[in-house]
Design a protein around this ligand. Structure first.
Ligand code: PXP
Length: 236
């Protein structure tokens, strides 16, 4: 299983002072040296953390791969097609939310997402849809030619009882198997941390996990290189 690091929180801290430090691009380069397989950033419509300069510089400087999380809006699709990340992960986006709150409803947004995927494919960008572990949503993602799905792991991560955690893990296991049968790549993320990754990594066939908050939070105390390497040790 590969591990991509989300560096949005570095940009949140930078923007808190309206100055230029800490720089998410520097963080990405340190994370690459520490061994991550890719860098993830979410270019939000309100630019609350990552901005266009970050995305363009990351595109130029990183040597692993860039996963651009984005809403399927005309403005952001245009930027994505211009920048050319290896992967565009389409997420639902609400202005009021603190972080992405759940998967996108592919079935209810099928024609908009189909068009977005066609546009991104025309620019040779692979597409992933961030969705709940639900068979019907996975079928819809495959139907509109998504290359990957990213399974929302927030319910698993926030489960308050072991029973709830294992129920959700079962749903994810079934979803992964179904998606693989349809030929989709499978990523996963949201709320994964140094504890729950130990159980999560037992699910077979997940191509990649995307983790941000837990690693950046740990990095505050031990440094980014050590925080990344500890997560890599747990994942592999
Ligand atoms: N995947 C997606 C689609 C996300 O929106 C996020 C949060 O930015 C993550 C993964 C990473 O979640 P976390 O920061 O909780 O590790």
């Amino acid at each position: 299983m590969r591990f991509s690091l989300n560096v949005d929180h570095i940009a949140t801290l930078r923007n808190a002072r309206g100055e230029d430090q800490p720089d998410p691009v520097t963080a990405a380069l340190i994370a690459e040296q520490a061994g991550v397989d890719g860098i993830v950033v979410h270019l939000r419509e309100d630019r609350r953390h990552i901005n266009e300069r970050d995305v363009r510089l990351l595109r130029e400087l990183i040597t692993t791969k860039l996963d651009l999380e984005m809403a399927a809006t005309d403005e952001i699709i245009k930027i994505a097609c211009d920048v050319g990340p290896e992967l565009a992960t389409i997420v639902p986006e609400k202005r009021q939310e603190l972080t992405t709150e759940g998967g996108i409803n592919v079935i209810d947004n099928i024609s908009r997402l189909k068009d977005a995927i066609s546009d991104l494919h025309r620019s040779e960008i692979l597409v992933s849809l961030f969705i709940e572990p639900n068979i019907n949503q996975i079928d819809a993602a495959a139907e509109i030619n998504s290359d990957f799905i990213e399974i929302h792991t927030g319910i698993f991560a926030n489960a308050i009882s072991e029973e709830e955690q294992f129920d959700e893990l079962d749903k994810i296991r079934i979803a992964v198997k179904h998606a693989k049968k349809l030929g989709l790549g499978v990523n996963a993320g949201h709320g994964l941390d140094y504890q729950n990754i130990k159980i999560f990594k037992e699910i077979p066939d997940i191509d990649e996990v995307s983790i941000g908050h837990a690693v950046i939070a740990k990095a505050m105390f031990v440094g980014l290189k050590e925080a990344v390497q500890e997560m890599i040790r747990l994942i592999r």
